[in-house]
Ligand binder design. Structure first.
Ligand code: SF4
Length: 321
């Protein structure tokens, strides 16, 4: 059993243009010590799914379970005892830190033992900050350091899973790389499972053990990170990978992902990706492919992969060398 399991989760909200299905049936699970990346363009529903995972927004249907117990929408500010070990870290930690309290006192909020100050110092060191920094105020830290404080505060609850919503988005490249290394070591050394939400596939590639790719409210591919990166099974995954800049300056293929993300209040018929897909054929416009298991333990929602003789890879199917 996975520590965090989301099955067929649907999340709706009332937008200006009417009811929006932000998440249209997503299944994701996170095991101890594993980092699961959830990637997609902004507006694809990944942050909404993260919030539903920790009970901050209600699911219209589907199930969300943490350590075998159903996660219900939170009705109070305080997290119920059985959800304390499921923590959420936001994109901008400054907004969730009280500017008038020292960083150490805020990290210590969740610690009940008498050895609290020793534990706070230890947590500062675990996240790569000097223990003496516990007496400083949030504005005295850089963005990357504040994000480490947010992780230390989450670790104070002895979590088995941390959901991180775009934790790297506000950091510069060097702070991103250091923070990514921290996440990897926390997963390996403390056995914490992580659901890492990011629009940045380049970072997720270096950190995550497996990746789920989300498009317009749906998971369209799920795979271990390396196979996804080297041989994506879904055209949308391929396009996201093609758009990641390479160190040699190559790699941004503007033609690979034409058009805008469609209006989620009125998603396209058939496969939701078909108006932007270079491989689309007639069936794609009328029938919606389900996410189905493929060889090698991966899953994809694409008719191309569900033909009698699926192509070895997408590039070959398109004649791209
Ligand atoms: Fe493209 Fe069709 Fe696959 Fe959708 S089902 S991703 S439109 S080939």
């Amino acid at each position: 059993m996975s520590a965090l399991e989301l099955r067929d989760v649907v999340v709706d909200y009332e937008g200006r243009g009417g009811r929006v299905r932000a998440v249209a049936g997503a299944t994701v699970s996170v095991e101890a010590g594993r980092i699961v990346g959830l990637v997609g363009e902004s507006g694809c529903g990944k942050s909404t799914l993260a919030r539903a995972a920790v009970g901050l927004v209600p699911a219209a249907s589907g199930t969300i379970a943490f350590e075998g117990r159903e996660v219900r929408p939170l009705t109070r500010r305080a997290r119920p005892a059985d959800l304390v070990r499921l923590q959420l870290v936001f994109q901008n930690p400054y907004s969730s830190l009280n500017p008038r309290r020292t960083a150490g006192s805020q990290v210590g909020d969740g610690i009940r033992s008498r050895a609290r100050s020793a534990r706070v110092r230890e947590l500062f060191e675990i996240v790569g900050l000097a223990s003496a920094a516990a007496s400083r105020y949030p504005h005295e830290f850089s963005g990357g350091q504040r994000q480490r404080i947010a992780i230390a505060r989450a670790l104070a609850a002895d979590p088995s899973v941390i959901v991180l919503d775009e934790p790297l988005a506000s950091l510069d490249a060097s702070a991103q790389a250091q923070f990514a290394n921290l996440l990897t070591s926390l997963a390996r050394e403390l056995g914490v499972g992580m659901l890492l939400i990011s629009h940045d596939l380049a970072i997720v590639r270096h950190v995550a053990d497996e990746v789920s790719v989300m498009y317009l409210g749906r998971i369209v591919e799920r795979a271990e990170t390396l196979p996804l990166w080297t041989q994506p099974a879904h055209p949308y995954s391929e396009a996201l990978i093609a758009a990641v800049p390479r160190p040699d300056g190559e790699g941004v293929l503007p033609h690979s992902l034409p058009g805008e993300v469609p209006d989620p209040t009125n998603p396209p018929s058939g496969c939701r990706f078909h108006p932007r897909c270079p491989y689309a054929f007639e069936r794609c416009r009328v029938e919606d492919p389900a996410l189905v298991p493929l060889a090698g333990g991966r899953s994809a929602a694409c008719w191309l992969q569900q033909q009698d003789a699926p192509p070895a890879n997408l590039g070959q199917a398109r004649g791209v060398k």
